[in-house]
Design a protein around this ligand. Structure first.
Ligand code: CMC
Length: 433
């Protein structure tokens, strides 16, 4: 990494100049190196929401939000979605390279042989109310993995970290499917080793022990693609949460759980469920104008869910790919006239022509169409965010691994601008008030 050019920060009061240099990555904007700012100036940088802050160096994912570009390890998302399976993408994110045949065989074999949960873990589900949100169950059960695999885990050992990554990728689909089965009172389906990753998940989720389950290959491909598109997204809120939790040396299963917690919110992964609920609430094309007005009204908390992104100020490339997948799935199921899809297309068209959305560069994001595809696959809407978590787990663990492997890694510890009371004395109780 080269040092590029110098910036001078001038303190007008003391007439002191501080030189700050820039660092440049392989592609993308340079960053101002602030590491010694406090030490040299006695000041912190103030950046709530981290809109201007690079929190780390990373080799995993690159986004150019203005150009609508997303790449995993240098490969454009469009090419990965067309030519690779989710497990190939997992290998890529974790190791930096797409697997060859032998590597893929070994990786797949490792995943397949870790899909089962410790049988005692199944007791955890029974502790939840049947109507618990599946994300709440995920938080509990994925967190509990830390109580089952802690002995054999030395986070300084690459071998142990790799095993942890395998376990996360292998077991999360089983946990997602069990959360669903528990919520509807049906028996858990155990994994089957002769099926592909996605086929196995669909059977655990949608099959039952009374009959053979044969998933439609178009739907298998669609779900595989959804997982690829959700697999990583550089320093998003949940990944940053996993990194921050992991920076203290905490157990990685617990760190991944912190990612699940963060993902749950409607501004992040919870948006896919919120989009479907919003489309159902809008109900008909005739009501779109009313909801667009609500979204633009600053006194109304309503936002057009599935629209807008912190980084993409152009079309989210994942949204384009999911829209194509949506067409494929609805065709395969003979649902071209699906009213929800028609409503979504019309809402998108109207919003993209509205000056409010145009000026603020609010485009459909990954969540806008994913819910329609998942619904067509037979996945209920309260499971959508858990599906997102299933795809994103690999990104979380890849970032955690990258962070722990960095010899210069430090605990994450932001500072603040204190705006509370200055120092004051405690009065005796009788003289307060
Ligand atoms: N509907 C209406 N107005 C919006 C929307 C929206 N969906 N998104 C942003 N705006 C307005 C917002 O009111 C603000 O207006 P003003 O400048 O007049 O105050 C402006 O656009 C900028 O919004 P912001 O909230 O400051 O932008 P942000 O980068 O902090 O937030 C976001 C990004 C994704 C949280 C936001 O666009 C949003 O809430 N979208 C809806 C929820 C959603 O779809 N989330 C999924 C994100 S993609 C997948 C993921 O990350 O998990």
């Amino acid at each position: 990494m080269n040092t590029n050019y110098q910036f001078t920060l001038k303190n007008e009061t003391t007439q002191t100049d501080y030189e700050l240099s820039t660092l440049c990555g392989t592609v993308g904007p340079d960053v101002l190196d602030m590491q010694t700012l406090y030490q040299r100036t006695g000041m912190f940088a103030y950046d709530p929401g981290f809109t201007s802050t690079a929190s780390c160096k990373s080799k995993i994912t690159y986004i150019d939000g203005d150009a609508g570009i997303l790449m995993y390890r240098g490969y454009p998302i469009e090419e990965l979605a067309e030519h690779c399976t989710f497990l190939e993408v997992c290998h890529l994110l974790l190791t930096g390279e797409l697997p060859d045949q032998t590597q893929l065989h070994k990786f797949t074999d490792d995943i397949i042989h870790h899909t089962l949960l410790h049988d005692q873990l199944t007791n955890f589900f029974k502790g939840f109310r049947r109507d618990a949100h599946p994300m709440a169950i995920m938080v509990g059960v994925v967190g509990a993995l830390s109580a089952f695999y802690h002995d054999a885990l030395d986070i300084r050992s690459k071998e142990d970290r790799d095993m942890c990554a395998i376990r996360i990728i292998a077991k999360i689909p089983t946990i997602v499917a069990m959360s669903y089965k528990y919520s509807i009172g049906l028996p858990f389906m155990y994994p089957r080793n002769d099926l592909s990753y996605v086929e196995n998940f669909m059977r655990m989720m949608l099959g039952n022990p009374c009959e053979e389950y044969r998933p439609n290959p178009v739907l298998v491909r669609a779900l595989d693609r959804i997982l690829i598109l959700h697999a990583d997204h550089e320093q998003n809120a949940s990944t940053s949460t996993v990194r921050l939790a992991g920076s203290s040396g905490a157990n990685p299963y617990a760190c991944v759980t912190s990612g699940i917690v963060c993902l749950w919110g409607p501004a992040h992964g919870g948006a896919n469920e919120a989009v479907l609920n919003m489309l159902l609430e809008i109900g008909s094309v005739d009501n779109i104008d009313r909801y667009i007005k609500k979204a633009k009204d600053k006194s109304d908390p309503f936002r057009l869910m599935g629209f807008g992104h912190r980084v993409y100020k152009n079309f989210d490339p994942r949204a384009k790919l999911i829209r194509d997948t949506c067409y494929e799935v609805l065709d395969a199921l003979n649902l071209h006239d699906d009213p929800l899809f028609k409503l979504a297309l019309e809402l998108e068209r109207i919003a993209l022509e509205d000056p409010y959305f145009v000026e603020k560069k609010l485009y459909p994001n990954v969540d806008f169409y994913s819910g329609i595809v998942l619904k067509a696959l037979g996945i209920p809407s309260n499971m959508f965010t858990a599906m997102f978590a299933m795809g994103r787990s690999v990104g979380w663990i890849a970032h955690w691994d990258e962070m722990i492997s960095d010899p210069n890694q430090k605990i994450g510890r932001p500072r603040q601008l204190y705006i509370g009371e200055p120092q004051r004395a405690v009065k005796p109780l009788a003289s307060r008030g």
